[in-house]
Design a protein. Structure first.
Length: 276
């Protein structure tokens, strides 16, 4: 007599995908590319075409840029092969061929000359904070300037405020997971700060599993004034600051407006944009 094989009812935990959780918790590439497009239009009174995403990682911004218009091309540059390979398999592969063909990714150093010349160079998610030395940061800004087309713009984001000058821990709940941003330290002499990103994920069956130190950032906290000064020192003819507004409860509202003066607040996010 044949016996039946029992079927296990044990729930299988899917492998942890840190890049996917990072995208869902941190990134808004569709919002970023609209800001870059609209800022170029506002400043230059014309339409951009080519964008280069420096420190591109999984190059979500490059993919979103190419989706905006059939005339738009995107170039991504990053030194790290791991996120590039992830982006090729998870981001670029999901696009129609007509869009994929307008996205070019290269593993390279953003300090190297000869990078693709474009209308917009962007460095997002505070990635340029990895450069702690002023001379190195100016070398990067000079390279961005030299690889912009005539009339191009260079956009970097930045953050700061009193709450960013001391250890802290901020948790944000999302569906089935919690995003944790931890500031470990801040040195007032060097302006160097250390950050970690952790996740708490609710698995099938209800168990919560921690995934600590999925991303670590050892940065120098550059001020808006320093960034503007270095842009002017490396050839940019004008700089602009776009300041994030706040909601009624004091949180950032994701709307950035060009300003000449900021606000006193515990934490702020802004863009600095240089005109060639």
């Amino acid at each position: 007599m044949a016996t039946r094989k029992s079927v296990s009812s044990k729930l299988v935990t899917p492998p942890f995908d840190r890049y996917d959780f990072y995208r869902r918790a941190v990134q808004s590439p569709d919002v970023d590319v609209r800001f870059l497009r609209d800022t170029y239009r506002e400043i230059k009174k014309t339409e951009p075409r080519d964008l280069r995403e420096d420190f591109c990682g999984t190059f979500a911004i490059s993919c979103e840029w190419a989706k905006l218009s059939p005339k738009y091309r995107a170039f991504g540059v990053d030194l790290d092969n791991e996120p590039i390979l992830y982006g090729l398999s998870h981001n670029l592969s999901q696009l129609p061929k007509s869009v994929r063909d307008r996205v070019k990714i290269q593993q390279d150093n953003v300090l190297n000359p000869g990078l693709p010349k474009v209308d917009i160079v962007s460095a997002m998610n505070f990635s340029h904070y990895v450069f702690k030395d002023r001379a190195v940061m100016k070398s990067y800004f000079h390279n961005a300037h030299s690889t912009l087309n005539v009339g191009g713009i260079f956009a970097v984001d930045c953050f700061g405020g009193p709450s960013c000058q001391k250890p802290s821990r901020e948790e944000t709940d999302h569906r089935n997971f919690t995003y944790i941003w931890e500031q470990v330290s801040f040195d007032p002499v060097t302006s160097e700060a250390l950050f970690h990103i952790h996740f708490k994920v609710k698995e099938p069956g209800g168990k919560v599993r921690r995934h600590n130190n999925q991303f670590t950032y050892d940065w120098r906290m550059w001020s808006i004034l320093e960034l503007r000064e270095m842009m002017m020192e490396t050839g940019f003819r004008k700089t602009h600051v776009y300041w994030e507004g706040t909601t009624r409860n004091g949180e950032g509202d994701g709307i950035f407006t060009r300003v000449e003066r900021g606000e006193e607040c515990e934490a702020w996010v802004a863009y600095v944009v240089g005109e060639k």
